[in-house]
Design a protein around this ligand. Structure first.
Ligand code: PLP
Length: 488
């Protein structure tokens, strides 16, 4: 079993990677070698205080509200951490033979099956390290699928104009020609524009549903049908799965391939909190192409093993078969909530987003009339026309109130966009306080716009000097450190 880990290394490096031998003096330039190592003369307490002070400067979900749209910054339950710290999981050697890792393999196998049933897929690979890595993994699978079918002329990937930037990037990285399609005035993908792009060159259509405007697509079944009729595959970007877990399944919508972001939907820490995980799911026709190995079970003996006998697989997409402890955290989250709890979380995420949206509508433009799913977009375009205060200024003002900025200026189809995702784990008090903070900023913009344009005042780092950045983008980013006495 260890052979797979050595021989199918990331990016094909594996077995031909030669570790230098001998002492560093034999393979490093003399000029690069340090001759003395000045260690600071500090006590353990000095060091502990220094690092504790640094850690307290971190902005995190544990300390403050974090409504960063599309990122699902939900609470990361401490029970996940406790379970991932169990010695049998945390101390497992990555090259342990299958016989010595039955519990871990069993958990991974269960996770593959659980995700498959939650999302209506035939199988899941837990190998990809993040969402974007899942996307490119799936694009490689699509490519292999069409190559095997002798359909090498399929070179086009269709991506809606609201898509996350990683979608066109992943498609381009495997050599697909990316074609963008517009959204309608209802913020949905334009079905007739999609149909107009469908011909024998279509390989994949990448969709996010609900899309990045927080809206569920009107015509998803018609879209998957039309793409299939043209011989193409449907890819589901599952970054917004927090709106749908337990309510609907991409497999039932007709998708062939998908990724999940366990670090979004399934409460694995991210944003500086730890490694991500971007499992890829596939329908029965596509699952033979999933990365290898998959966790498998011998039905006769009941033993678990790494299945490497998968001749159609695209192979390994990195050195190890999973970010194991990230999977353990997500698995703990699933077990703790159960099917009904997961469904309830999705419902609450949607409810919280609609609650905030209904209030924000009083003082900022909300461009789409429908109820949203787990997030919504609003626009500071009208405010900017009236006062000169932009989405950026509001976002900076929120920092002073201890709130993480929403996602800004994306999706591009909404000018002066702020994308707000409260998640299900925030209580009503926090949501109300956030709305009132934002309302106060808008009121202040009407009364004294310059003062809003100078925010934040209380953060260790003030505004980036945008003019400076524009002029000298390659010479540093113009951060100005505000001394404590200036943080009024
Ligand atoms: C976050 C996100 C991705 C990329 O996921 P990473 O885990 O950050 O690589 C892709 N699509 C959408 C819509 C996202 O929000």
């Amino acid at each position: 079993m260890p052979s797979l880990l050595f021989e199918q290394g990331a990016a094909g490096r594996g077995s031909d990677f030669v570790r230098p031998s001998g002492s560093p003096q034999t393979f490093l330039n003399a000029a690069d070698l340090r001759t003395d190592l000045p260690l600071p003369d500090l006590t353990e307490l000095d060091v502990a205080r220094h690092f504790t002070a640094l850690s307290q400067r971190n902005f995190s979900v544990d300390t403050n509200f974090y409504p960063l749209g599309s990122c699902t910054m939900k609470y990361n339950p401490k029970v996940n951490e406790a379970v991932s710290g169990f010695a049998g999981f945390a101390d497992l050697h990555p090259f342990a033979p299958d016989e010595g890792a039955q519990g871990a393999l069993r958990l991974l196998w269960h996770m593959e099956r659980t995700l498959s049933s939650l999302f209506g897929m035939d199988a899941f690979s837990l190998m990809p390290a993040a969402g974007a890595h899942g996307e490119i993994t799936a694009m490689l699978m699509a490519k292999r699928y069409f190559t095997e079918r002798g359909e090498r002329d399929r070179v086009t990937c269709i991506v809606p104009d609201t898509a996350h930037g990683t979608n066109p990037a992943s498609a381009a990285m495997v050599g697909y020609h990316v074609v963008s399609i517009p959204s309608t005035s209802r913020g949905r993908t334009d079905l007739s524009a999609l149909r107009a792009k469908l011909d024998g060159s279509i390989a994949v259509c990448m969709m996010t549903n609900p899309n990045t405007l927080g809206l569920f697509e009107d015509d998803i079944i018609e879209m998957t049908r039309a793409v299939h009729e043209a011989g193409g595959l449907m890819y589901y970007d599952g970054a917004n799965a927090n709106a749908i877990v337990g309510l609907t399944r991409p497999g039932d919508m007709g998708f062939d391939l998908m990724h999940l972001n366990l670090h979004k939907t399934f409460s694995v820490p991210h944003g500086g909190g730890g490694p991500g995980s971007g499992p890829v799911g596939a329908s029965a026709a596509l699952s033979p192409y999933l990365p290898s190995p998959l966790a498998a079970r011998d039905e006769t003996s009941g033993a678990y093993f790494w299945d490497e006998e998968r001749p159609k697989s695209i192979g390994a997409v990195r050195a190890f078969p999973a970010h194991f402890l990230a999977i353990v955290r997500a698995y703990a989250y699933i077990i703790v909530h159960g099917a009904a709890g997961l469904r309830e979380n999705s419902r609450l995420a949607v409810l919280n987003a609609n609650y905030v949206r209904a209030k924000v509508k009083d003082f900022l433009t909300v461009p789409y009339a429908d109820h949203c799913r787990h997030e919504f977009v609003c626009s500071a375009e009208d405010l900017k026309k009236q006062t000169g205060v932009r989405a950026l200024d509001l976002a900076k003002g929120l920092l002073d109130a201890g709130v993480h900025a929403p996602t800004m200026y994306w999706p591009h189809v909404v000018p002066e966009c702020l994308m707000i995702e409260p998640t299900e784990t925030e209580n009503r008090h926090t949501l109300d306080a956030f709305v009132e903070t934002l309302r106060a900023l808008v009121t202040r913009a009407h009364e004294d716009p310059e003062s809003v344009q100078q925010l934040p005042k209380h953060t260790p780092v003030r505004r980036v000097d945008e003019a400076h950045v524009g002029r000298q983008a390659n010479k540093g980013i113009g951060l100005r450190w505000a001394p404590p006495e200036e943080r009024a």
